[in-house]
Design a protein around this ligand. Sequence first.
Ligand code: HEC
Length: 146
Amino acid sequence: MRMRKVLLSFVLLAAAAACDTGPKSGYGLRLPEGEPDRGRQVFIDKHCTSCHEVIGQEPLREGVDPEMTVYIGGLTTKIDTYGQLVTSVVNPSHKIAKTYRRDEFSSNGESAMRSYNDEMTVTELIDLVAFLQEQYEEFPDDSYYY
Ligand code: HEC
């Protein structure tokens, strides 16, 4: 009986691991090293500040007339992997945290955050992610191991 339980947990573990690393998973996604300072500038230039307050970087919002306030950084976040961070920028509606399923932030599962995919270069994205990554405390620096 005990053996069966042990076996079953192995099977379940293997299944879970397969989901994380399957052909359609984000496993192995790794952007090149970015430049956080340039990313900060992208954040300003693309007006991310009209909806976001970056914890500890309040001056970024000076002179901005805010549309809404979604906090980025600190420990308050729902983001805990590198993959989730990249996803939150290029595919914001993929998964909307419970806190933001209210009308001001999303409607019918669509995030109020618009897509920047047609107006941002890959280099800008890389730098932006480097900047954002620095804002999160205890953020895993490199969640992907080959
Ligand atoms: C019109 C408002 C709006 C703009 C402009 C906007 N966002 Fe967002 N953003 C949101 C909302 C709403 C959420 C929360 C819902 C979701 O997950 O999409 C969010 C979530 C995020 C998150 C996840 C935050 C967390 O810790 O949970 C990141 C990172 C982010 N945005 C980055 C950006 C960047 C970078 C830009 C500029 C290129 C940007 N956003 C522009 C509305 C906006």
